[in-house]
Write a protein of this length. Sequence first.
Length: 286
Amino acid sequence: MLRTDADQGLAAEGVAIAYGRSLIVEGLDLAVAPGAFTALVGPNGSGKSTILRALAGQLVPKAGTIRLDGRNLSDLSAKKIARRVGVLAQGPAAPEGLTVLDLVRQGRYPHRSLFGRWSEADDRACAEALALTGIDDLAARPLENLSGGQRQRAWIAMTLAQETGIMLLDEPTTFLDLAHQIELMHLIADLVAARGKTVVAVLHDLNQAARYATRMVMLKGGKIASSGRPSEVMTAETVSQVFGLAVTIITDPVAGTPMCIPAARSPADGPPLLQIGHEGTETSRS
Ligand SMILES: Nc1ncnc2c1ncn2[C@@H]1O[C@H](COP(=O)(O)OP(=O)(O)OP(=O)(O)O)[C@@H](O)[C@H]1O
């Protein structure tokens, strides 16, 4: 059969997802752009994690189809999916006593056959994942003795060691201090630009999303409110409408990407403490 670009990567077609009787997502059409960094953004409870879990094959849609490289995800084994799609869940848990290196080595599981021996390629992938996340020196430490940010980097390293073409990351910057957040965003952007990875990341920081992602998908109430390049999605009108918050969009003075500044507090709270001047500069309330 002739394969086309449409057969490569992940795509949801007419997907509905429910927890029991509550329908969370309906009529979702989302073709994940191959070789792009897509940021999934939206208010709390808008369905970001739910959609990510469905794209990872962890939730079976009530209706519609999710395709991986043209094949129905529901027809593929967990191991087959894991060779192609790496997943960083939100708040993952690990058994007590597991060291960072043990965890990272788990990332190689999808590449091992039943009696397959640990290979040099496995070692190299783990070493590289530890180095990329800057946690080589923590390799022997049990996970439960680490700070939240160190633990989060260990989980990211495990996902990297999996060496998949597609990575689905649910709030990867959770627990990370600002410097490590920026480092991680650079790392993701580099993996996409230099290694052709496809990344979908749930992000709460709209400005980081607009700065580093090449595409944004903004959700509201389980539906796509807007999708496209950050400059297309990050408009004052869309952000205000989706988040119910008046905002001003200025140009990020460093990256040149759209940057969202909340323009006012709720009217009940009185006038804003800070107002945005015409040139995008902050002026204090007098
Ligand atoms: N396991 C579950 N069982 C029942 N309802 C759930 C479950 N997980 C999520 N939900 C509900 O589904 C809706 C979407 O949740 P989801 O976690 O996908 O949102 P989100 O956009 O990722 O939110 P947040 O930004 O707060 O992480 C919410 O109303 C939530 O209460």
